[in-house]
Design a protein around this ligand. Structure first.
Ligand code: SAM
Length: 475
């Protein structure tokens, strides 16, 4: 029997099944305890977060008035910490060769009819050019787990290729990596290759379900997977991204596990997760989401997003094109700070769309709009699409990034960076309509930079981007 200990390095102790079950019992007992719920909401208003037990009580609560308070607070925290900025990125699938047996993923090894593809460096280059030509500056690279076809050396070569390509005014300035759990040595190599965030979804925190959902392959090992972020941090990567695949297990169990994982990282490494992603299972080649019993509806999904937002205010939240426009609009308001746009989940699909018989996609995307449409839509909703990648390039990772948030310097740093990178996008890639809306937005937003010197410099840089073809300014 394992004992709950957030400081332990053993998965069963920091994600402790007994503690989660006890938390859920406590949440059930207190779901109508308005006095406690008010206390938790008051604590959350201090903007220092709430723990997995407190968050679980809010998640169990179905009092409409209290839920409205939770949503209002999530929106306020989102606004205070992230302003109106939404950071843009795209996934880049390198290879769908995979030796695992994940039952929800069409890349599982037994799928004999999906088309297996692995990009050559020449193909990586073509994909990157296609992504740069849309306006992307930040990528998340994705690959199946296959030590023979996708060894770490292959991933490192791809990262090198991606960073080396400067097509027209384009550049990929930040490569985040979503590959299977690996060794400290390999994480160190990724760090040395200049990656941004290392992202690994837990899929589910329930060990028993995890083992059933990953019946074969190295990913079957729950502890090795769950302890990956500790190894990544030991290897020098201090920005890590968590996530669960909603639909696999009971969402209340997952929220408690997710927050316990964040608490563990904070307790051991002094810094919580850089991002949390909230993917839901989607239809894919031989995957039918309705065969999974734990699917969550859009309202529950929004509730989870809002509660994560108030539980870990300093952690960015990511939503992908797995979700359609309507859901994205709803959850962006409640806490999401980063979204993908114009994503393609097939291997090589940016450079040339696939014919049906050569399908290599991981799942069907719901938001199929172009990047220009997404950028324009965000601005029409009052957001500032940002292509900023400054923080990690300026060494502001891990606790140094958190310090920036905590010192309230975001408005003097992230805000002008967002405006300058948006200006680059407008000059190089936007449609006439988007450019017009964007230019008006930038003019208005420049006035909101509090520090006079920063405001003046940002204005000069934006002039240089417009008139002197200069690029890549950052604070
Ligand atoms: N192979 C790596 C791993 O094991 O973590 C890379 C991750 S995979 C390319 C990215 C993520 O897609 C997975 O972690 C999983 O959560 C998600 N995914 C897999 N199948 C999915 C599906 N049918 N619908 C939605 N998301 C899915």
């Amino acid at each position: 029997m394992y004992k709950y200990d957030p400081k332990s390095l053993v998965a069963d102790e920091f994600i402790n099944d007994e503690e989660i079950k006890d938390t859920l019992r406590f949440a059930d007992e207190n779901k109508d305890n308005l006095e406690l719920i008010d206390k938790i909401i008051e604590k959350a208003k201090l903007r220092k977060g709430i723990d997995h037990r407190e968050a679980s009580v809010l998640l169990a609560c179905d009092n409409p008035q209290k839920l409205d308070e939770i949503y209002a607070l999530a929106q306020q925290i989102k606004k205070d910490f992230y302003g109106d900025r939404i950071v843009m990125f795209a996934p880049l699938y390198l290879s769908n060769y995979c030796v695992n047996g994940c039952v929800y993923c069409p890349y599982h090894a037994k799928n004999k009819h999906i088309c297996r593809k692995k990009l050559t460096q020449e193909e990586v280059k073509k994909e990157v050019i296609a992504l740069q030509d849309m306006g992307h500056k930040r990528l998340a690279i994705e690959a199946g787990e296959d030590p023979v076809n996708n060894p770490i050396e292959y991933i490192l070569d791809c990262i090198k290729t991606i960073y080396s390509i400067k097509h027209k005014n384009g550049a990929i300035r930040r490569v985040n990596v979503n590959i299977a759990a690996t060794t400290v040595e390999n994480y160190r190599k990724l760090k040395d290759a200049g990656i941004g965030t290392y992202i690994l979804f837990q899929e589910t925190y329930n060990k028993e379900s995890y083992e059933k959902l990953h019946p074969t392959g190295p990913k079957h090992n729950y502890n090795y997977h769950t302890e990956a972020m500790d190894r990544a941090m030991e290897g020098g990567i201090d920005d890590v991204g968590l996530g669960v695949l909603f639909g696999l297990e009971l969402y209340r169990y997952e929220l408690a596990g997710l927050l316990m994982h964040a608490e563990h990282l904070e307790a051991v490494h002094g810094v919580g997760p850089h991002t949390i992603s909230v993917p839901r299972i989607k239809k894919a080649d031989d995957i039918d989401p309705s065969t999974f019993d734990n699917g969550i509806d859009d309202d529950t999904f929004a509730k989870i997003t809002a509660i994560i937002r108030i539980a870990v205010p300093y952690t960015g939240m990511i939503i992908s094109t797995r979700e359609g426009q309507k859901v994205r609009e709803q959850v962006i308001k409640l806490g999401i700070s980063q979204i993908s746009g114009a994503s393609c989940t097939s291997v090589g699909g940016y450079d040339h769309p696939e014919a049906e018989e050569e399908n290599s996609a991981q799942f069907d995307v719901s938001d199929t709009r172009t990047l220009d449409e997404v950028v324009c839509w965000l601005m029409e909703l009052g957001y500032i699409p940002s292509f900023c990648t400054a923080c990690y390039r300026e060494g502001r990772t891990g606790d140094r990034f958190m310090a920036l948030c905590k010192n309230g310097q975001i408005q003097n740093c992230c805000h002008p960076n967002a405006l300058m990178t948006l200006k680059e996008y407008l000059m190089d890639y936007a449609s006439e309509k988007t450019k017009k809306i964007g230019d008006a937005l930038i003019e208005k937003e420049l006035l909101k930079i509090p520090n006079e010197k920063v405001r003046r410099i940002a204005t000069e840089h934006i002039n240089d981007i417009e008139n002197n073809n200069k690029r890549d300014f950052r604070f």
